[in-house]
Design a protein around this ligand. Structure first.
Ligand code: NAI
Ligand code: MG
Length: 496
């Protein structure tokens, strides 16, 4: 059996594929293993899906290789583009179901999940548009030589994604890889396999030949490790923890030196100056840390407020955070659902305890919410010292650390005092301050008077230990192409 009937509270019954999607077919794993996925709102098992082991990874990679060397090469860029656009349209047609499955498996609110699915469709269509605009150059070195460059696909790309945006990460990875003519084996996160499987059912309908896009469920230490050390995978793209990112680089180095791009953790500073519009700043700071329950690599988890408005800011931010509705993802006005798993819940509660023990002030929250499901109260710590763990380490939950600063010079230094460099934000009404600080922060994205304004047209990725390479926008195409230079001698033989 490679599918079952399931039900979501908002859409009723639907067919949930549970197999591995390899070569445009649903198959069971060779070893017949399965993994259970949990509804984090209820802590109940939703269902089991086929778990890929090393043998399945070999089969999927072989399928991707065969497609890359065969049929996929003959497909025109225009047709590749059409397939991606069609896939985007099919995702849109199934938006209600996909969003409900996402809310069920991941715990994000249905409204947010709908936003994610719409962004998935837009991202796929955007990369569909790029497919026939991948162009090289003519380089003139002398009159007797004609040289041109070709951006060529890298080959078989393994892609490993996390559980915080299960479908969105799927699209960010597949879009640029396929637009540029690669083939893909994508492994979803073991906590959230379901939405990607529902979406995989649309791949064949969109017209992709067998083996171009293969989707497998499985554990990191098994299927993930097999992909990163595989001798026939040409490139690996990963989003997740910095620890695992390091392991993937090591596995790539120790096997066939496959190309590596990484999108890792963050501890992003969100800086509020005295002259900021305080209500605006509070709503962006609130969204910056509590969106997606704090499970965002770019979460604005270090909040620095200038001394002139510090007390007022903390007091009003508390009121704003308390207004965030925590609860069932399927209830209309829910803003914050549960954390994704028991493990993440425990990690976050551990950090909250650390913060309390270290002497930071709990402004609000600090406890679990309710008695069932992995819900945590929106938590704000104030008077947090730089050397406290809650100011230095990625918590990946609804926990925000606030500290006071005095000068621009000081806050640039403090803002940059982290191993990470994914994102940052500046809130001020002074344009010069905004630009000076934005230009001085070592981060891949800086928002001014806003936060989390991600868009498929805008490159996203990390400085320092937050990653290698850029996703989204034109920049992502570079992750999936390699340059070939072809030189033609027009004149006589050079020697003799
Ligand atoms: P993780 O890095 O272990 O998991 C992410 C993905 O990597 C999953 O698909 C997993 O199966 C895979 N993976 C795990 N071990 C692997 C290995 N040895 N080889 C290849 N693939 C492997 O992250 P986890 O444990 O789910 O979360 C831990 C922390 O990671 C979070 O608290 C957060 O700080 C960070 N994280 C960051 C994300 C981001 O968006 N940058 C997303 C998810 C987690
Ligand atoms: Mg789940």
């Amino acid at each position: 059996m490679t599918s079952i009937q399931l039900e979501t509270p908002s859409t009723g019954k639907y067919t949930q594929p549970t197999g591995l999607f390899i070569n445009n077919e649903w198959v069971k794993g060779v070893d017949g293993k399965s993994l259970e996925t949990i509804n984090p709102s209820t802590e109940q098992v939703i269902c089991s899906v086929a778990e890929a082991t090393e043998k399945d990874v070999d089969i999927a990679v072989a399928a991707a290789r065969k497609a890359f060397d065969g049929e996929w090469r003959k497909v025109t860029p225009e047709s590749r583009g059409k397939m991606l656009v069609k896939l985007g349209d099919l995702i849109d047609e199934n938006l209600e179901t996909l969003a409900a499955v996402e809310a069920l498996d991941n715990g994000k609110s249905l409204g947010m999940a709908k936003g994610d699915v719409a962004a998935v469709a837009a991202c796929l269509r955007y990369y569909g548009g790029w497919a026939d605009k991948i162009e090289g150059k003519v380089i003139d070195t002398n009159p007797e030589t004609f040289t041109y460059t070709r951006p060529e696909p890298i080959g078989v790309c393994a892609q490993i994604i996390p559980w915080n945006f299960p479908l969105l990460m799927w699209a960010w990875k597949i879009g640029p890889a396929v637009a540029t003519g690669n083939t893909v084996v994508l492994k979803t996160a073991e906590q959230t396999p379901l939405s990607a499987l529902v979406a995989a059912d649309l791949i064949k309908k969109a017209g992709f030949p067998p083996g171009v896009i293969n989707i497998i469920s499985g554990f990191g230490k098994v299927a993930g490790a097999a992909l990163s050390s595989h001798m026939d995978v040409d490139k690996i793209a990963f989003t997740g923890s910095t620890v695992v990112g390091r392991q993937i680089m090591k596995a790539a180095a120790g096997s066939n030196l496959k190309k590596v791009t990484l999108e890792l953790g963050g501890k992003s500073p969100n800086i509020v100056f005295d002259d900021a519009d305080i209500e605006n700043a509070i709503s962006w700071v609130n969204f910056g840390i509590f969106f997606n329950h704090g499970q965002c690599c770019c979460a604005g988890s270090r909040v620095y407020v200038q001394s002139g408005i510090y007390d007022k800011f903390v007091e009003r931010f508390k009121v704003r955070a308390l207004a965030n509705k925590v609860g069932d993802p399927f209830t209309a006005d829910t803003f914050q659902g549960p954390q994704v798993s028991q493990l993440q819940f425990d990690r976050i509660m551990g950090y909250i305890d650390e913060g309390k023990k270290a002497g930071a002030t709990v402004v609000t929250g600090g406890e679990r919410h309710g008695d069932k499901g992995y819900f945590i109260q929106p938590t704000i710590f104030s008077d947090v010292k730089e050397d406290m763990k809650i100011m230095q380490e990625e918590i990946f939950g609804p926990v925000c650390s606030i500290a006071k600063f005095e000068t621009e010079e000081e806050i640039i230094k403090t803002g940059n005092s982290t191993i990470y460099g994914l994102a940052a934000a500046v809130h001020t009404s002074n344009l010069n301050t905004a630009l000076r600080v934005a230009n001085s922060l070592r981060a891949g994205t800086v928002w001014i008077n806003s936060y989390n304004m991600l868009h498929h047209q805008i490159p996203f990725g990390g400085f320092k230990q937050s990653g290698i390479g850029r996703e989204l926008g034109e920049a992502a195409l570079a992750n999936y192409t390699q340059n070939k230079s072809v030189s033609i001698r027009l004149g006589d033989a050079l020697f003799g």
